[in-house]
Design a protein around this ligand. Structure first.
Ligand code: CDP
Length: 211
């Protein structure tokens, strides 16, 4: 099995780079952030409080999640592609992602996904550190907070730069500070500061590492 792990905070270029790499290499691609967002969507839709550890854990185990190659995300048979990126889910996702039961269930699904395909490009926060510690290549993308916030605010045009920057800072703190699989670079990760790099330049650097 050959896994390429791409980790990093929001706005680091992770998703775009992981997608391009997967296409270049002809490998399947998995966005694990979409899975955490999918569980959050399922909990909110069932009226479950994101802070209710046991109930949210149960939602994670019971919900039907499908994240396809084209980015379409289906939760319990409902197309949630747009809503998982919306403000309600974004507000609650890092609370849900700090739930150890949720992480255990999603780790299991992520490993099963990779086993079924004999590997692929997997993107997230804990892929190189916890989910696939034996990955063939671990990449950790990072960038200055203001660069990440400005990239994200160009995608989410309905929110101000200040709102987006505050949300990223809040999620960074929650993701880095949690006990279970906190966001960090693996000791053996190839760390790239993407602040001044284009997507193509990042992809080239990773391709050089693979050569
Ligand atoms: O797209 P963005 O970078 O904003 O975030 P995402 O990759 O969609 O992930 C959303 C949230 O899910 C993150 O802020 C983390 O709280 C959580 N997450 C995680 O804990 N572990 C992962 N492997 C992926 C995402």
């Amino acid at each position: 099995m050959r896994v390429i792990a791409i980790d990093g905070p929001a706005g680091s270029g992770k998703s775009t780079v992981a997608r391009k790499l997967a296409t270049r290499l002809g490998l399947p691609y998995l966005d694990t952030g979409a899975m955490y967002r999918g569980v959050t969507f399922a909990a909110l839709r069932r009226g479950v409080d994101p802070d209710d550890i046991e109930q949210v854990n149960r939602v994670a185990v019971e919900c039907e999640l499908d994240v396809d190659q084209g980015g379409v995300v289906t939760v319990d048979g409902v197309d949630a592609t747009i809503e998982i990126r919306g403000p309600e889910v974004t507000r609650a996702v890092s609370i849900v992602a700090a739930n150890a039961g949720v992480r255990e269930e999603l780790r299991r699904r992520q490993r099963e996904w990779a086993d079924d395909r004999d590997g692929g490009v997997v993107e997230g926060r804990d892929i190189g550190t916890v989910v696939f510690p034996d990955a063939a290549l671990k990449v950790f993308l990072d960038a200055r907070p203001d660069v990440r916030a400005s990239r994200r605010s160009k995608e989410v045009t309905e929110l101000s730069y200040e709102t987006v920057a505050a949300d990223l800072a809040r999620r960074d703190a929650l993701d880095e500070g949690r006990d279970d699989s906190p966001l960090r670079a693996a000791d053996d990760a190839f760390v790239i500061d993407t602040s001044r790099l284009s997507v193509d330049e990042i992809v080239e650097r990773v391709m050089e590492r693979l050569a």
